[in-house]
Design a protein around this ligand. Structure first.
Ligand code: NAP
Length: 246
């Protein structure tokens, strides 16, 4: 499905990004993933690639910095000569009620979750336009659709990612570049493990499929958007959330 395609995944050392990077590699893609500070985890993924004959390499880059996005795209083009699939996955949370939320908490979350998507997409499209092919997949969140108390910063960013996805999808459709978003519900990763059992139970009670998702369910959705099965789909938001957002 994506054999020999070149993919770049931001935030690929843990959770959803790691699962997407490894799923793409096991499906035959050549993969570059970025990370912010987890050099050890990046080495382990590269080692996994070596042991299994997959081409998968990490690069340290702060997704909120435009210069680091440029560096990541150059690294990908130097290594593999093209870029077919971009997955904007890197993200953070800094939850707080609005009255207590600092300007730094708002700005840092917008930078890591939304500005990062602008940075990487802008840097990636030049080569996608010249090769007349590209698949861009942005990881939003169901809270970007529904809103969530304590997450005004994160929700603003994730709603922004949806708006960005639709606008850029319209701009790039004539170049055979599709741009879609995956909106995960509640997925078991480091980002959600700070919740206590009571909070988890409350969340599960509002999920029709009555379970928390694994990172792999998001990787499968990303693989679908990256594959030829989704060639005629652009500007869409796919909720992968056990039915939470109906
Ligand atoms: P996670 O386990 O906390 O992993 C985050 C990844 O992003 C790590 O690889 C981290 O790198 C990287 N990262 C963070 N800030 C970065 C930056 N400034 N530059 C580059 N990389 C950065 O998170 P996750 O749960 O897998 O979430 C992945 C995406 O899914 C995020 O966009 C998140 O908002 C979204 N999402 C998650 C859930 C959920 O329930 N988990 C639900 C909806 C949406 P380091 O390891 O170096 O820190």
């Amino acid at each position: 499905m994506i054999k020999d395609k070149v993919a770049l995944v931001t935030g690929g050392t843990r959770g959803i990004g790691k699962s997407i990077a490894q799923t793409f590699a096991t499906n035959g893609a050549k993969v570059i993933f970025t990370y912010h500070s987890s050099a050890l985890a990046a080495n382990e993924i590269e080692q996994w690639g070596k042991e299994n004959n997959y081409e998968i390499f990490g690069i340290q880059a702060d997704a909120s910095k435009f210069a680091d996005a440029e560096k990541s795209i150059s690294f990908t083009l130097e290594k593999f000569g093209r870029l077919d699939i971009l997955v904007n996955n890197a993200g953070i949370t800094r939850d707080n009620l609005l009255l207590r939320m600092s300007e730094e908490e708002f700005d840092s979350v917008i930078s890591a979750n939304l500005k990062s998507v602008f940075n990487y997409t802008k840097c990636a499209v030049r080569s996608m336009i010249s090769q007349k092919f590209g698949r861009i997949i942005n990881i939003s969140s169901v809270v970007g659709i529904s809103g969530n108390p304590g997450q005004a910063n994160y929700v603003s960013a994730k709603a922004g990612v949806i708006g960005f996805t639709k606008s850029v999808a319209k701009e790039l459709a004539s170049r055979n570049i599709t741009v879609n978003a995956v909106a995960p519900g509640f997925i078991e990763t480091d980002m959600t493990k700070k919740l206590n059992e009571k909070q988890k139970e409350a969340i599960i009670s509002v999920i029709p499929l009555k379970k928390i998702g694994s990172p792999e369910v998001i990787a499968k959705a990303a693989l679908f958007f990256a594959s030829e099965n989704a060639d005629y789909i652009t500007g869409q938001v796919l909720c992968v959330d056990g039915g939470m957002t109906m």
